[in-house]
Design a protein around this ligand. Structure first.
Ligand SMILES: [Zn+2]
Length: 128
């Protein structure tokens, strides 16, 4: 492992502890809000907060999964390599996005595919 890889790993580890803290924190808030409010308006606000907290919590958990996935790749010795083509991922990309799973080329390809390409019958089916 090169020194730069070690730095990326540290970044990921720091992000993981931060995420775990945030998730813990959110879980605590949720619990307190619901148990302490007994007024209808407060309940509505609490329900709204709960919904946005829930969305945030999901986001954080998803992010944590990505970070843990990246950290696991360090153990497997596959960190820094594209999961699709196996080529090394550009270091500048890893620095900006330490949990990147694909090289830029494959990432672009995936985004294009995920973007629901319009079929030849798009006009007839009303997609346009
Ligand atoms: Zn690739």
């Amino acid at each position: 492992m090169t020194r730069d890889d070690a730095r990326l790993k540290r970044m990921l580890e720091e992000e993981r502890s931060r995420l775990i803290e945030d998730i813990d924190h959110l879980a605590t808030i949720r619990y307190r809000r619901i148990s302490s409010s007994n007024h209808m308006a407060e309940n509505a606000t609490a329900a709204f907060d709960q919904a946005s907290n829930q969305a945030l919590l999901k986001q954080l958990q998803h992010r944590l999964q990505r970070v843990e996935h990246a950290l696991a790749k360090f153990d497997q010795g596959t960190y820094g390599y594209c999961e699709n083509c196996g080529e090394p991922i550009d270091f500048a990309r890893l620095k900006a996005l330490p949990d990147a799973r694909f090289c830029l080329k494959c990432q672009r390809q995936r985004e294009t595919m995920g973007g629901r390409p319009l079929g030849p019958r798009a006009l007839e089916t009303g997609e346009i």
